[in-house]
Structure formats: C-alpha cells, structure tokens
Design a protein around this ligand. Structure first.
Ligand SMILES: Cc1cc2nc3c(=O)[nH]c(=O)nc-3n(C[C@H](O)[C@H](O)[C@H](O)COP(=O)(O)OP(=O)(O)OC[C@H]3O[C@@H](n4cnc5c(N)ncnc54)[C@H](O)[C@@H]3O)c2cc1C
Length: 389
C-alpha cells in the first residue's frame, strides 16, 4: 500500500516541530499531530547551545533566534564564602561564543511560524499507533493516517513508548526545585549567576524582555509552594531581594533520568524527551532532542532509512547518555548541603575556576561542544551507510 505520508510526528513540542521543519526542507510529506491547542504557558527550556544554533542554521533560523534571545557569555559562581569565579563562554571554539537564553514558548513560536500551521493537526490526541511490514497506522479519536515512519516526540511521559513496550530504565532524584520568572531589577545584565550554599542552591539566568529566571532548591516537592517562596529563599541564600509582585510565573520540578533501551522498534522511532530524560539543571534536554531530530531528518529521507536506524540508536543513545551523566554531575555538585560539604565545594570550585584552562574547558562543556556526535557532521559518515537488520 502507499501510505498517506512519509512521516507522522506525534507531539508538537520543540523537538517535534524542529524535526518537522527539517523534513519540510527535504521536501518530505508529513504531519505533526499535537494534542494541545495552546503551548503550556510556563516556560521550561531557556538555554540554546551553539550546536543547536548550528542545526537551526540549516533552516536559516539562527539569526531570528539570536535576535529574539539574549546572549549569555558569563556565568558567575558564588559559594558560602562569596564569589568563587566565573565560567565564561567567550573563548569557546565555536563561532557562537555564548549560550542563547530564549524561553521555550518563544522557541515553539519561532519554529511554528517557520513551519506554517497547515502542517500541524492541533487538538489531536493520538490514541493508538501500530505497524505492519511497510507502513504504520496512527489513530487519534475518530481519525486515522498511515505513514512509512512514525516519530514519537511526545515528551517524557511518551504514550507511544508505552504502546511499543520500550523500556526506559532510570530513576527520580530526591531533589526538588521551584522556579519563577521575575521582572529583572538586578544589576546582573546578561550574566548567569549560580549560588551554591549550605542550605541549598539558587540559580539565576537572564531572559529577554527584561526578565530573569530564579530556580531554588527545596527540601521536598512542593506542588503548591507558599506565596513568595522563591523570593524568600533567594534573599536568604543569595542576598538578592526579589519583590514578590515582580514574579510573573512559577513552576515546580523534580528531575529524573532515563535512557531508553532502544530508540526505535521497527518503523516507530523515539526522539527527544520520549527517548531520554535528564536533569533540567544544566539545560541540555531540548538541545539533545534537537540533535536527535537533525539525525532523523537526514536518514528518514534516504531510500533505506530502516537500515540506518541502528546508527541513529547507537549515536544518539551515546550522546544522550553523556548529557544525562553531565546534567547529573552538575546538579549533584550544586545541591550538596550542610556546612562541611559546602566548604569542600567552595574550595574545589574556587580552585577549578581559577585555572584558566579548566574554566575555558568548562565553558565548552556547558555549551555542549564536548558532547559526542552533538551535530550530524560529527558522526563518522561511514556509519551512515545502511546495515543489515
Ligand atoms: C524547568 C526546566 C528547565 C529546562 N531547561 C532546559 C534548557 O535550558 N535547555 C534544554 O535543552 N532543555 C531544558 N529543559 C528540558 C526541555 O524542556 C525538554 O527537554 C523539552 O521540552 C523536550 O522537548 P520534546 O519536544 O521532546 O517534548 P515536550 O516538550 O514534552 O513535547 C511533547 C509534546 O507532545 C505532545 N503530546 C504528548 N502526548 C501526545 C499524544 N498522545 N498525542 C499528541 N500529542 C501528544 C505534548 O502535548 C507536547 O506538546 C528544561 C526542562 C524543565 C522542566
């Protein structure tokens, strides 16, 4: 049979939309099936790293993203004993020597605008996916489509992943955070500031439009944080006053990690948070998903895409495993509590950040330049030849 489309994308989050834009560039037929009609109001991802800017360049979108966002070039680290040093992106070996701060809602809006509404079926909740030898069938309420491939970009709870029975081994960390965006009245400008204290961490990132994000560590998960909590903990730990009336939104999160056993089953492929989950502290989840999408867009257009899925699985699983580990490491160090551990952390970080070579390397590390296969041109081209299944 001749399927309706080359690809059906389940989920129109940032990763699904980027994949759609890249497939459109290649002249492929597809639809994005998205259950929401409006994006979630609170913004998750804000950090777009240089490898992602390179991927966006394939769509001619890098400049539009840069114009909408804010370039973060320096990240100051503070400890119990005061300022410990600065990690800078100014010297990283990349044409973009910064991490771009752009709220996820704005990333979604830019990708949606580039793609065009006619490619997206919104308000369409996929309820069933199955496959035959040469095609897949997707059902959403009373509608049905067929395609050569289905890509599940349906987020960390991924119903598609459950339907194909793919295991996602991992665990939650017993670490909890509340985050809020505020009107920025500090003098921090476009700098990021991290405060690692004996009673918990406070992280602060600039946002475009005169706002700033504050993320505070809490003792337990607070689904309904008391009013003013972010302001209060920031005042206690960082000595920064945030007027409660300046807060424009709030959300809570408790990080978890997982990496699926395999990123595909037959013609059904997992991509983005559906395939891997990592701590948002470190800002790598969406960027890792963008690189998954770039890889898939390249292979799904080839005549024998099925034979290239093992390579997708191998390279993208490894890249995600590295990002998961790094996100965990960064979160772990920043969340040590108690007096002696924070003295030890201060000593370590003060030493590391005072060593030019190490602090420059940390810039590359947090800009995700040292993640293996972070863009498709870093994948050995010979591996992109089809293998026997
Ligand atoms: C607080 C926080 C801060 C973060 N900061 C960063 C950062 O700075 N940098 C970074 O790289 N990452 C960051 N992340 C991670 C980032 O938000 C995620 O990695 C990213 O959203 C994953 O995108 P996705 O498209 O794979 O999944 P999602 O964004 O989860 O999108 C999935 C989509 O699928 C849709 N969907 C689900 N089920 C169905 C269905 N049955 N039918 C149709 N549609 C469906 C959903 O409605 C949703 O739109 C952060 C996360 C959090 C929580």
């Amino acid at each position: 049979m001749k399927p309706d489309f080359d690809v059906l994308i389940v989920g129109g989050g940032p990763v699904g939309l980027l994949l759609a834009c890249l497939l459109k560039n290649k002249g492929m037929t597809f639809r994005v099936l998205e259950k929401r009609t409006q994006p979630i109001p609170h913004s998750a991802a804000i950090g777009i790293t240089p490898p992602s800017l390179k991927i966006l360049n394939k769509l001619g979108l890098t400049e539009a993203f840069i114009a909408a966002g804010l370039k973060v070039r320096d990240c100051f680290v503070h400890g119990q004993s005061g300022k410990l040093g600065c990690m800078t992106f100014r010297e990283i070996p990349d044409p973009h020597r910064f991490v771009l701060a752009l709220p996820q809602v704005m990333t979604l809006a830019l990708l949606q605008k580039h793609l065009g509404a006619e490619w997206i079926e919104s308000g369409c909740e996929v309820t069933e996916v199955n496959q035959a030898a040469d095609h897949c069938r997707v059902r959403a309420q009373d509608r049905e489509w067929t395609a050569r491939y289905v890509v599940a970009c349906d987020g960390w709870r991924s119903p598609v992943r459950d339907w194909i029975g793919m295991k996602a081994p991992g665990h939650s960390y017993d670490l909890h955070f509340v985050m809020g965006d505020f009107i920025d009245r500090t003098s921090f400008g476009d700098e990021a500031h991290l405060f690692f204290t004996a009673t918990g961490s406070v992280e602060s990132f600039p946002l475009p439009g005169g706002k700033r994000r504050w993320v505070v560590q809490t003792d337990s998960r607070l689904d309904h944080p008391p009013a003013g909590l972010v302001s209060e903990l920031t005042r206690q730990r960082a000595g920064v006053e945030l007027p409660v009336e300046d807060q424009v939104n709030e959300s809570v999160f408790s990080p978890r990690r997982f990496n699926c056993d395999r990123y595909y089953d037959g013609r059904i492929i997992l991509c983005g948070d559906a395939a891997h989950g990592m701590s948002p502290i470190g800002g790598q989840g969406m960027n890792t998903g963008f690189a998954d999408a770039e890889f898939l867009a390249e292979i799904l257009g080839q005549p024998d895409a099925l034979g290239l899925l093992p390579a997708y699985n191998r390279f993208r699983r490894k890249a995600a495993a590295t990002a998961i580990f790094r996100a965990e490491w960064g979160m772990w160090l920043g969340t040590w509590r108690g007096k002696s551990l924070s003295i030890l952390r201060d000593l370590m970080l003060r030493f590391l950040l005072s060593q030019g070579f190490i602090s420059r390397h940390m810039g590359s590390f947090y800009a995700m330049l040292t993640i293996p296969f972070n863009t498709l041109d870093r994948v050995p081209q010979a591996s992109l030849k089809p293998q026997t299944l």
